[in-house]
Ligand binder design. Structure first.
Ligand code: PLP
Length: 308
């Protein structure tokens, strides 16, 4: 995908990145190429490959509909800003996502991944601008059906940063969805060594953050909370959709600071993300926690039912 705005910048009157109503210019398609995913396309000199220097988004696709398309694009633009990447053309990226999904054989659920890297060091595009590399691919993703109903055992692990790391040290890029997920994956291997399937990361000063690839949501009676995103964590698109559903059920919702001790007192805990949708937590650090089956079923039905 040619992910930079067309030569001359965005047309006058075009809103800033993150716009939710933009239409796709007819010639956008010329900037997108469908290629054989089995053939090589990325050079070994690409900074996304050599340094993990780039950003990505994973879109859930249910019955052919890309879920939370605009919130994902907004978050991609925010990640690009945090990494000082060039401003991206979200219209062409949106079109590329939709084309990629269209090109896949229809399945009940798919996962679509959009990647943008800093490109090859020193390389510029035809107009002399730093050239990013961008691609989109769609595949069936992992099968989460069992976890969605049976739940997961979770351990808490120290992320090693204070909860205010995004304010004190923005160069650590906490809160950006960067390609550097080697640590996030190492966290899962540590969970497996401890006999668990998933993790809740905790700040070095004792606040609950997020999963390595998910947002944590906790219910206390008729109040549902999630860790506030100013603690160097991602704003979850699935969590946002879940909170809209919880509010429609008459529950109150809030972004909070949560200690591990308080986490253990919850009436229900879930990990949310685009691919898995929602998964209940059934144990925390080896101790069973209540599983709220009714809310689990209602939430999952709502999240899977999203068609935009
Ligand atoms: N937090 C992290 C670190 C993630 O990687 C993800 C998704 O991959 C999430 C939260 C959940 O975000 P979303 O619900 O938008 O998929």
């Amino acid at each position: 995908v040619d992910a930079l705005p067309p030569l001359g910048g965005a047309p006058a009157g075009t809103p800033a990145p993150g716009v939710t109503t933009a239409t796709t210019a007819p010639d956008d398609d010329a900037r997108i190429r469908a290629v054989d995913p089995a053939a090589p396309h990325v050079t070994v000199l690409d900074l996304g490959v050599t340094r993990g220097d780039g950003i990505f988004e994973s879109f859930g696709v249910v019955e052919g509909a890309v879920q939370a398309l605009e919130p994902h694009l907004v978050r991609l633009a925010r990640s690009a800003t945090l990494l000082d990447l060039p401003a991206l053309d979200l219209d062409v990226l949106r079109t590329a996502v939709l084309r990629s999904v269209e090109l896949h054989e229809p399945l009940p659920e798919l996962l679509c991944k959009l990647v943008v890297t800093r490109g090859v060091e020193g390389a510029t595009d035809a107009h002399g601008r730093p050239a990013v590399t961008a691609w989109v691919y769609t595949d069936p993703g992992a099968d989460f059906r069992r976890e969605r109903t049976e739940g997961v055992d979770v351990v808490t692990l120290d992320r090693g940063y204070r909860h205010d790391v995004a304010q004190t040290s923005p160069w650590l890029l906490q809160g950006a969805k960067t390609l550097s997920y080697a640590v996030n994956k190492a966290v899962y291997r540590e969970a497996a060594r401890r006999g668990a399937q998933d993790v809740v990361l905790v700040s070095s000063d004792g606040f609950v953050l997020e999963g390595p690839t998910s947002t944590l949501v906790a219910r206390y009676g008729d109040r549902v909370v999630t860790p506030a995103t100013d603690q160097g964590i991602l704003a979850g698109t699935t969590q946002a959709a879940a909170f809209a559903w919880f509010a429609a059920q008459g529950l109150t919702t809030a972004e909070v600071q949560l200690t591990v001790e308080r986490l253990r007192e919850a009436d229900g805990l879930w990990l949310l993300s685009s691919g898995r949708q929602s998964v209940p937590i059934r144990s925390l650090d080896g101790t069973s926690v209540p599983v709220d089956d009714t809310t689990t079923a209602g939430l999952l039905t709502h999240l899977l039912g999203r068609r935009s």
